[in-house]
Design a protein around this ligand. Structure first.
Ligand code: 5RP
Length: 251
């Protein structure tokens, strides 16, 4: 276990899952149990493959608990989860103050900085993280590392205005990410387009840059044409990682 405390959560009554899915569920359920409280009425729901377990656990809190709550999605997927869970859907323009947002991550470092945007949702995810009094990250054990870029090798996801992508790429190549690329859809059918109609660039940086993600974030935000950067620095209050042995690492 890499730092933090370790607790056990019984999932005997739940369907058997693969080790990785089981660890995602452990993280999600534990985080919901600890951080989504009856007094929380506006709840942000993140994106990715761990978040369905977050919604599952919130739905399991029951109709009474959820009847006067509103749920804010970070994208198309979480909107579907909210609607299918018979939860009330809202948007961040109606509710710019959120009690708690729970979201996944592509990687989390020892200081709770995260890489996010593997699913191209990081603009909305960052708005909901920032709007929340409490931002909680849930992930499986593979996302837990000391330095960002150790396990998530694709690079820093950067959302860009479509017409500016070539210029931003050129600038990224010049400032230390020579292998930065435009993210393409499967079978290279065309660029990935975010829920906001923008393109995504994946920009790997050397370890010395990733050791100081806040400085890198500041530099990347200065590039004209960049809409948002998938580095979340000083935002998460806690991160929950499900481990293969059924324990949880909490940071
Ligand atoms: C999407 C994200 C996701 O939160 C991130 O990719 C985590 O995904 P998963 O829970 O599938 O590991 O940042 O933009």
């Amino acid at each position: 276990v890499n730092g933090g405390d370790s607790t056990e959560l019984t999932t005997d009554d739940a369907p058997k899952l693969s080790a990785i899915e089981g660890s995602k569920r452990l993280a999600a359920w534990t985080a919901v149990d600890r951080h989504v409280k009856s007094e929380h009425k506006v709840i942000g729901i993140g994106s990715g493959s761990t978040v369905p377990y977050v919604v599952e656990r919130i739905v399991a809190q029951g109709r009474e608990a959820n009847k006067d709550r509103v749920f804010i999605p970070t994208g198309f997927q979480s909107k579907e989860l909210i609607v299918k869970g018979n939860l009330l859907l809202g948007d961040v323009d109606q509710y710019p103050r959120i009690d708690v947002t729970v979201d996944g991550a592509d990687e989390v470092d020892k200081d709770l900085n995260c890489i996010k945007g593997g699913g191209a949702c990081h603009l909305r995810e960052k708005v909901l993280a920032e709007a929340a009094d409490t931002f909680i990250v849930v992930a499986d054990y593979r996302k837990n590392s000391d330095i960002l870029g150790t396990t998530y090798k694709a690079g820093v996801p950067i959302e860009v205005a479509p017409f500016a992508y070539a210029k931003v790429l050129q600038n990224l190549h010049a400032i230390g990410s020579p292998s930065a690329v435009l993210r393409m859809a499967q079978k290279k059918a065309g660029p990935v387009v975010s829920d906001n109609g923008n393109f995504i660039i994946d920009a790997p940086f050397p370890e010395e840059d990733m050791q100081d993600p806040y400085t890198l974030l500041t530099k990347l935000k200065m590039l004209t044409g960049v809409v948002e950067v998938g580095l979340f620095c000083h935002m998460a209050k806690a991160a929950y990682f499900g481990n293969q042995d059924g324990s949880i690492t909490v940071r």
